[in-house]
Ligand binder design. Structure first.
Ligand code: GTP
Length: 328
């Protein structure tokens, strides 16, 4: 139980909602199943028992963190079907469960998927209800349920868009739209974990604009900004999908190259330097960059890795700039 609670606290909101729903289903429906059996209400007993079995299996998969999206989809569909069946076999009071059920589905699934599922559920409810309740009730239920689905959809969609926007702002550099230092540290830590797991090599290229203070002083900060934007845009065009560029601070950038050795990193750094030199805009003053390349070593921390690459970068500066140096 303690393990389950710890796992629960470390999970995303949608995982927690999914786990809560399945736990709630198990806890609430277990005594209900016995009660239905004693009442002789066998159809409802079978529905409840089926839901408990699906809930237990789902909880196991959610706990193991496997097939999370599929499981949440299955829980959503099971919940929707359960609500339709319960509306048919249960008393009129059962219909109140349609509202928390709707919220549960929205909290677990992507808003669009939840909307489609709930529209299907509502469509299935109409013929089910027409057999057992008055036209008045059907009308009020359809209107209130439809309005709830509509409002919750727009609320959740808005939240999701804002969350995505905040998430992007938290890991992206505003000026160059490259990853920021926070994103770099997160991804570099992942590279270290990958190396520990399967020995996959990662190269880090750091580069820094040459004589950038002079460029700023001569042409203004606006032009300096344009140079930073153009150079990183040109480089991004040249990178593979698995490579990513980050602004480490000021006019220093880093590129993480997954599954690449030191030699691969040196080849790419040369290619990037040439590509930028050949394609930079005539409207901007000429600019160059100095590079340092380091392959991640066994047992190395992010700080040590960057420090080695930085030392190589300083060696390029000392050698006259517009140079590439491999880290020792
Ligand atoms: N335009 C602009 N300038 C920046 C930005 N971030 C840092 N800088 C400037 O970059 C300059 C860096 O100067 P230095 O550290 O002396 O380096 P440098 O002039 O490039 O000299 P070397 O690196 O030795 O070639 C400073 O003048 C900073 O103000 C930015 O976002 N935009």
């Amino acid at each position: 139980m303690i393990l389950l609670f710890r796992e629960f606290s470390s999970r995303s909101v949608s995982d927690r909602v999914a786990m809560s729903i399945v736990l709630l289903i198990i806890v609430a429906l277990s005594p209900m199943t016995v009660f239905r059996y004693l009442q002789g209400n066998y159809p409802m007993m079978i529905i409840d028992f089926g839901l408990i079995v699906v809930a237990c299996l789902s909880l196991v998969f959610l706990y193991l963190n496997q097939y999370g999206n599929y499981i949440k989809g299955i829980i959503g569909v099971a919940l929707a079907c359960g609500m339709v069946l319960a509306s048919y076999y249960g008393s009129d009071a059962t219909l109140y469960w349609l509202f928390p059920g709707t919220l549960g589905i929205f909290s677990m699934l992507q808003p669009r998927r939840a909307l489609v599922l709930l529209i299907c559920m509502s469509s299935a409810l109409l013929p089910v209800l027409s057999n057992k309740t008055s036209l008045d009730t059907i009308f009020v239920l359809t209107a209130t349920l439809g309005a709830s689905i509509f409002f919750v959809y727009y609320f959740v969609r808005e939240l999701q868009l804002r969350f995505e926007q905040l998430n992007t702002e938290a890991i992206e550099d505003y000026l160059t739209q490259t990853g920021n230092r926070r994103a770099f540290h997160r991804d570099a830590e992942q590279c270290i974990s990958a190396k520990l797991k399967n020995q996959s090599a990662t190269a880090l290229i750091v580069f820094d604009m040459d004589y950038f203070k002079r460029l700023n002083d001569s042409y203004g900060h606006g032009v300096g900004d344009q140079v930073l934007k153009e150079s990183t845009r040109l480089m991004s065009k040249r990178l593979r999908r698995t490579d990513k560029i980050y602004r480490l601070g000021g006019e220093e950038f880093g590129i993480l190259m997954k599954n690449c050795s030191l030699d691969d990193g040196l080849v790419l750094a040369r290619d990037l330097r040439e590509f930028v030199a050949e394609n930079r805009s005539d409207k901007l003053p000429p600019y160059t960059m100095s590079f340092g390349v380091a392959e991640l070593s066994e047992g190395e921390s992010v700080t040590d890795w960057v420090e080695r690459a930085d030392k190589a970068l300083y060696a390029s500066k000392d050698a006259g700039r517009d140079k590439i140096t491999a880290a020792k």
